[in-house]
Ligand binder design. Structure first.
Ligand code: MN
Length: 729
C-alpha cells in the first residue's frame, strides 16, 4: 500500500530511537551534542506533563521524530528537542548557545517568537502571525519547518484538550499552517494536517467518512491489489520496471470533493489514487503512454507538472483513467526524487541542492525564500488565504535581496520606495513587482517582491501625494516639494532684488560688503539673507520694504517717482508668474489663472501633451480636459469651458492605446514589442486577437511622454512590412 510518511504519535519513543533514525541518513552527525541537547530539554521539562498525562518530553521527542522523517539536519532536530524550553521553562537562549550551539539557540529564539503571538482579534492575530512567519522565514526557513512539526504533533494529540480549544487550534492550523506547508511543498505534512483539521472541526463528517472508507476496506484492498497487478504487468510487458502504490485518498480531499460537487460519499467514486514510481523522466512519459493505451483516459484530467512544475517545486504527471473494474482511478507518475520532493518539499530541496553536510548560511535561505516568493501570485491556494485571512493589518513585501518591509494596507510601490530610503523614493521612476513592470499606483500584496527603478533626474511631484498611502512617504514628498518651492522663491527673490538694486545704481554684492543687506533682513524680521530672498520671492515681503530698510537707498526710494516704482512692481510680478509655473510641474495641465485645482484627463479622448485641448469646469470635480475636437463631454460640462494648456515642466508618462492590424506571421507580437521598446517607450499591456484572412489585431497600451513620442512610436510600428494599419484608439 501507499507508504506515505507516518506522523502518528509515538508513545514510547526514546532519544535512542531518534538518534538511530538520524544515523541511517546522516551517519556523521554529532550524536554526543544531540544527546546533550535532548538531556537539556528533558531536564527542563522534567516536572511538566502533557494534557494527555504523559511526561512532557514525549512532545519534543515526537517533534524531533517528525523532523527526522522530513530528513532535516542536526540543528533542526536539536531545535525540535528544545523548541519549548525558552517559552515554557526558565532556560535562556544563552544557555542553549553554551550547552549546544548558537545556531540551535537562534532557531529556538525564532520558534519562541512565533509562539508568543498574542491573539487580540482573529484578523490582527493572523496578520501578525503571518508577519512573524515571513520574518522568521526570511531569517531561516528551518524555523517554520520545526514549527510545522510542532503543530503536527499538537494536532495529533488534540483530543486531550477541551472542545473549544480543539476548534480554535484546528481553525488556526487550517488558516495558517496548512497553506504554509503547501507553499513550502511539504505535501505529506499538508494532507496530514488537513485530515486532522477535518477530524476536530467537523468530527461528524470525519468519522462518517472514516466509517465508510473502513466498511468497504476488504473489498477495496482486493481491488487495489488487483489494479496494482494489472498496472505493473502492463508496464513490465513494455520492459518498464516500476514501484506502484495505491491507497484511498485523504479524507480532506474527499470531503472537499463532496462539498464542491454537493454530493454524498456514495457518489464519489474516484477515492482511489495510485502512484507509479519509475527511474527517470523519459520513463514517466513512457509509463503514461502505456497506461493510456491499456485504460481509457478521462479527457481533460491529464496534467503535466513535470514540464511545468508547481510553484512549490512539485513535479509529477497526473492522469485519470477508467480502471479495470470500470471505476475512475487517479494515477500519478513520477521519479523517486520527485516523489521525495512531493512528500517533503523544501526539506528535500535542501537535501538535494545543498547536501546535508554543507553549512547553511542565512543568505542561502533568503535566496531560497525568494525563489519561493517570486511567483507567489500564481499560487492561488496560498494567496487566497493570504488575501482572505491574513492580509488585513498590513502588507508584507520583499526587496529583491529578501528584506521584509511592512507597509500599510493599500500601499503602492512608491510607498515601498520611500520605506526603503528617502532618496530611493524621490528618484523613483517605476517599479517591478514579481519581475513585471507595474504602474506606480499598483496596490501591493503580501508576498510581492518589489524592485524600484530610479533615475537621478527624477523628482517628486504633487501628483505623488495622491498615490502614496503611508504618512512617511507623504511627509517626505511634502518636505521635498516645500524645499523646491523655497529654492524657487529664493532664486526669484534674489533676481528681483538684484534688478531693483541695479536700478538704484548698486548691486547685491556691494550691499553685502557694506553690511547694509544684513540690516535689511534684520529690520524685516528675517533670520538670514536667504530667508529674506525667499520672502521676497513668495511675496511675503515687498521689494519696497527691503529697499527702505537699506540706509543708503532709503532716501532715494522714498523720492522715486511712481512710474519707476510701478516698473519694479510689474517686473517682480512677471518673475513671480514664471516661477510659479516652474514650481507647478506636478500638474499635466496649466489652468489659466487658477492654482491648485483638480484636473482630470477625460477618458473618452485621452489627450496627451501635444494634442490641442480644452478644459471644462465640472461641478464638484474640478476641470476635465478633453481634446479640442472631442464631442463626447458630459452635458454638465458643455457650456463652461476654460482655457488650459499643457505644462511643459510636467514629466509624467501618459498611457495610450494603439491598435495595430498585421498580416499573420510567427513572432510578430514579439517583433512589434521589441520595436516599441527600442524607441524607449514602455508597453503596459498587449492584447492579441486573430482576425479572419490570416490577419492579426493587437492593442498595445503604451506609455508616452507626449504626442511627438506617440508619433515616433507609431512610425516605428509602421516600418514593419507585415503591418497593415496603426491607429490610436
Ligand atoms: Mn511544542
Amino acid at each position: 500500500m501507499f507508504q506515505s510518511l507516518d506522523f502518528s504519535h509515538e508513545r514510547d519513543l526514546t532519544v535512542d530511537d531518534v538518534i538511530r533514525r538520524v544515523e541511517s541518513y546522516y551517519p556523521d552527525a554529532d550524536f554526543d551534542l544531540m544527546r546533550r541537547a535532548y538531556e537539556m530539554a528533558e531536564k527542563a521539562h522534567s516536572h511538566q506533563k502533557r494534557s494527555s498525562g504523559e511526561p512532557y518530553i514525549i512532545h519534543p521527542l515526537n517533534v524531533a521524530a517528525t523532523l527526522v522523517k522530513l530528513r532535516m539536519d542536526a540543528d533542526s532536530i536539536m531545535a525540535g528537542f528544545l523548541h519549548d524550553v525558552v517559552e515554557d521553562c526558565d532556560v535562556t537562549p544563552e544557555e542553549i548557545e553554551k550547552e549546544v550551539n548558537p545556531a540551535v539557540a537562534q532557531l529556538v529564539v525564532g520558534l519562541t517568537k512565533i509562539s508568543k503571538i498574542n491573539f487580540k482579534t482573529k484578523e490582527e492575530g493572523q496578520a501578525e502571525n503571518f508577519r512573524k512567519m515571513v520574518v522568521a522565514m526570511a531569517k531561516d526557513i528551518r524555523v517554520v519547518i520545526v514549527k510545522l512539526a510542532d503543530r503536527m504533533h499538537n494536532m495529533r494529540t488534540l483530543q486531550y484538550v477541551s472542545d473549544a480549544k480543539q476548534k480554535k487550534i484546528a481553525q488556526e492550523t487550517l488558516d495558517i499552517y496548512v497553506p504554509l506547508a503547501s507553499r513550502l511543498g511539504i505535501n505529506s505534512v499538508k494532507s496530514e494536517l488537513e485530515d486532522l483539521c477535518l477530524r476536530f472541526m467537523h468530527p461528524d463528517i470525519y468519522y462518517r467518512l472514516a466509517e465508510k472508507v473502513a466498511m468497504k476496506k476488504s473489498e477495496r484492498d482486493s481491488y487495489i491489489t488487483e489494479t496494482l497487478e494489472v498496472l505493473s504487468e502492463n508496464l513490465l510487458d513494455h520492459g518498464l520496471k516500476s514501484e506502484i502504490k495505491g491507497r484511498p485518498k485523504h479524507f480532506y480531499s474527499i470531503y472537499k470533493k463532496m462539498a464542491a460537487r454537493g454530493v454524498d460519499f456514495e457518489q464519489i467514486h474516484d477515492i482511489l489514487a495510485f502512484r507509479v514510481i519509475v527511474g527517470n523522466i523519459t520513463q514517466c512519459y513512457k509509463a503514461l503512454g502505456i497506461i493510456h493505451s491499456a485504460f481509457t483516459p478521462i479527457p481533460g484530467r491529464f496534467k503535466d507538472y513535470i514540464a511545468i512544475p508547481k510553484v512549490n517545486g512539485y513535479q509529477s504527471l497526473h492522469t485519470m483513467v477508467i480502471g479495470p473494474k470500470a471505476e475512475r482511478i487517479e494515477i500519478q507518475i513520477r521519479t523517486d526524487e520527485m516523489d521525495e520532493v512531493a512528500e517533503t518539499g523544501v526539506a528535500a530541496h535542501w537535501k538535494y541542492k545543498e547536501g546535508i553536510h554543507s553549512g547553511k548560511t542565512k543568505l542561502d535561505w533568503v535566496e531560497q525564500l525568494l525563489e519561493f516568493n517570486q511567483n507567489v501570485t500564481n499560487n492561488s491556494e496560498f494567496m487566497d488565504v493570504v488575501k482572505n485571512d491574513l492580509d488585513v493589518g498590513g502588507v508584507f513585501v520583499f526587496t529583491p535581496r529578501g528584506d521584509v518591509f511592512e507597509l500599510r494596507h493599500g500601499a503602492t510601490p512608491l510607498d515601498f520606495a520611500f520605506a526603503v530610503h528617502t532618496q530611493v523614493g524621490t528618484r523613483c521612476v517605476g517599479a517591478k513587482v514579481n519581475g513585471k513592470m507595474v504602474p506606480l499606483r499598483y496596490t501591493l500584496k503580501s508576498g510581492d517582491t518589489v524592485e524600484v527603478m530610479t533615475s537621478k533626474s527624477q523628482t517628486p511631484s504633487k501628483d505623488w501625494l495622491n498615490i502614496v498611502k503611508s504618512s512617511r512617504a507623504k511627509t517626505k514628498i511634502k518636505q521635498y516639494l516645500l524645499k523646491i518651492e523655497r529654492d524657487n522663491h529664493k532664486e526669484m527673490g534674489k533676481d528681483i532684488l538684484e534688478k531693483a538694486f541695479r536700478s538704484y545704481g548698486t548691486n547685491t554684492k556691494s550691499l553685502q560688503k557694506t553690511g547694509e543687506l544684513d540690516k535689511a533682513y534684520q529690520n524685516n524680521g528675517c533670520s538670514n539673507i536667504d530667508e529674506m530672498f525667499i520672502n521676497v520671492g513668495s511675496g511675503k515681503n515687498s521689494v519696497e520694504q527691503i529697499l527702505k530698510a537699506i540706509p543708503s537707498l532709503k532716501k532715494k526710494v522714498t523720492e522715486t517717482d511712481d512710474e519707476e516704482r510701478e516698473k519694479i512692481a510689474q517686473y517682480s510680478q512677471k518673475l513671480n508668474q514664471a516661477a510659479r509655473r516652474k514650481s507647478h510641474k506636478d500638474n499635466a495641465v496649466i489652468v489659466d489663472g487658477l492654482d491648485d485645482i483638480v484636473v482630470r484627463i477625460a477618458r473618452c479622448c485621452n489627450p496627451i501633451p501635444g494634442d490641442p485641448i480644452k478644459g471644462y469646469i465640472t461641478r464638484g470635480r474640478g476641470i476635465t480636459v478633453h481634446t479640442a475636437i472631442c464631442t463626447r463631454m458630459d452635458q454638465a460640462e458643455m457650456n463652461r469651458d476654460v482655457q488650459v494648456e499643457w505644462n511643459p515642466a510636467f514629466s509624467f508618462k501618459h498611457p495610450v492605446n494603439v491598435r495595430v492590424i498585421t498580416h499573420d506571421k510567427p513572432g510578430i507580437l514579439s517583433n512589434l514589442s521589441k520595436t516599441i521598446n527600442s524607441t524607449g517607450v514602455n508597453i503596459r499591456s498587449a492584447l492579441a486577437k486573430s482576425l479572419p484572412d490570416r490577419k492579426g489585431s493587437f492593442i498595445f497600451e503604451v506609455e508616452v511622454k507626449d504626442y511627438s513620442e506617440l508619433l515616433k512610436t507609431i512610425a516605428s510600428i509602421e516600418s514593419h512590412e507585415e503591418v497593415i494599419s496603426v491607429n490610436r484608439v
